[in-house]
Design a protein around this ligand. Structure first.
Ligand code: 5GP
Ligand code: ZN
Length: 116
């Protein structure tokens, strides 16, 4: 997929507006526009990777960095102590809708404990 066809690439390039919570050279975080919880952020690598399946060993430091960003955002959005959930849906059975790797950060309420 060309990045001009990808909604999250366009958000990362600020061609589509979003409420950006964090940005650096590698990673951008923004509010989900259909939030499922009081805190619902999407944290993504800026480069287009379709899913976790596309991450190479060389890119694993990027994923570690991304999780550091998630941890700090949980603190900034006030859910570190109360608790939160990080989710990455992968592929059809995983319920992935947007084909650009993203991690949901959900919190601010007791979350439903069911899987699937
Ligand atoms: P998925 O099911 O692929 O893991 O989740 C995709 C998420 O992206 C959904 O929670 C959906 O609400 C969010 N989303 C889809 N399009 C947009 C958009 O244009 N802007 C923002 N901020 N979020 C989006
Ligand atoms: Zn993309």
């Amino acid at each position: 997929m060309h990045t001009s066809d990808c909604i999250f690439c366009q958000i990362a390039q600020r061609k589509i507006p979003s409420e950006i919570a964090y940005e650096d050279d590698e990673v951008i975080a923004f509010k989900d526009n259909q939030p499922l919880a009081p805190v619902h952020l999407l944290v993504i690598p800026k480069r287009h990777l379709r899913s976790l399946n596309d991450v190479t060993s060389e890119q694993e430091p990027l994923i570690a960095h991304l999780f550091g960003v998630i941890r700090r955002l949980a603190g900034e959005f006030g859910v570190a102590e109360s608790g939160y959930r990080v989710v990455t849906n992968t592929g059809t059975d995983g319920g992935q809708v947007v084909g650009h790797l993203h991690f949901h950060l959900l919190g601010g309420q007791a979350l439903n404990a069911t899987i699937g």
